[in-house]
Design a protein around this ligand. Structure first.
Ligand code: ADP
Ligand code: MG
Length: 274
């Protein structure tokens, strides 16, 4: 019977990065709520600097919220001891923003890396697993190549294979489409959907690529000014009248998300008075 309780739950989370003086900086997140169930592929969208990567860092336990709770598989990420956090992280797969391959390692060794780091499997088992993961992304035949010998789109697929090498229960993709041509982008999107379904994982895809994401995800959250300003299924989002959503989908420069960074009055700034 499928378990319908959320695999990931973020409740009332507020966060600011500490500054060099030890004081807290600008508020990045204020009362964020988000859940992801097993088997669900969820998009977290928002403009650059809206805090999307920060949400993933909170889930990985790299940073700690000042308020609220972050749970993964029922466990509070920020109440884990070292061992507990290590075990949780081992079950998380991550495709990092701008995540590149290790350029001095073959495609095979890139995918084998997490298996060698986190397991004591014999090399024959590692070989089978690596070839299986590469096959899942259509690149088994490229296992002996070096990253410099494959295209950007192929590199991204190798990075996907590496992210899922340990069969993670939670997979986080940070801007997986960045810098890809339209064809590679479509292939990567379909692949993320297929990998999610094959793993039965809870997946979060952080992106500002609205149209490609709406085609593959089950649910969408919009982050702006530290809050979830809209959420819904792709159909609900497409039909949404919410100004943030309209601005995001339409790509219009003005709307609730300002084009201008807050600035003093222009004339005053130029010393012209009024
Ligand atoms: N390590 C850090 N220390 C201080 N500020 C940071 C750090 N990382 C990110 N920020 C700031 O936090 C905000 C949100 O960043 P981020 O989560 O990376 O946004 P996004 O992924 O949506 O582009 C940005 O204003 C960024 O400058
Ligand atoms: Mg980011």
């Amino acid at each position: 019977m499928p378990d319908s309780s959320p695999f990931v739950s973020i409740e009332g989370v507020s966060f600011a990065y500490p500054t060099l003086t030890g004081a807290l900086g600008r508020q990045i997140l204020s009362g964020v709520e988000l859940t992801v169930r097993r088997g669900q592929l969820v998009a977290l969208m928002g403009g650059s600097g809206s805090g999307k990567t920060t949400v993933l860092r909170l889930l990985g336990g790299q940073v700690r919220p000042q308020a609220g709770t972050v749970r993964v598989d029922g466990r509070n990420v920020h109440e884990q001891d070292r061992k507990g956090l290590y075990e949780l992280r081992r079950r998380m797969g991550m495709l990092f923003q701008f995540g590149a391959l290790f350029t001095d390692m073959s495609v095979f060794d890139n995918v084998a890396f997490p298996l060698r780091e986190h397991t004591s499997l014999p090399e024959s088992a590692i070989r089978d697993l690596v070839l299986m993961k590469l096959d899942a992304v259509g690149l088994r035949g490229a296992h002996a190549l070096m990253p410099s010998e494959i295209s950007g789109g192929m590199s991204r697929r190798v990075a996907l294979a590496r992210a899922i090498a340990l069969d993670p229960a939670l997979v986080m993709y940070d801007e997986p489409f960045a810098g890809l041509d339209p064809i590679s982008l479509g292939i990567t999107a379909q692949l993320i959907r297929r990998l999610n379904d094959a793993l039965g994982a809870a997946s979060i895809i952080v992106t500002h690529d609205v149209h490609e994401s709406l085609a593959i995800v089950d649910y969408v959250y919009f982050l702006a000014e530290g809050r979830i300003v809209a959420h819904g299924t792709p159909d609900e989002i497409r039909a949404s009248e919410a100004p943030y959503v309209r601005q995001f989908i339409g790509g219009s420069p003005d709307g609730p998300v300002r084009f201008h960074y807050p600035a003093p009055d222009y004339a005053a700034d130029l010393g012209l008075g009024r």
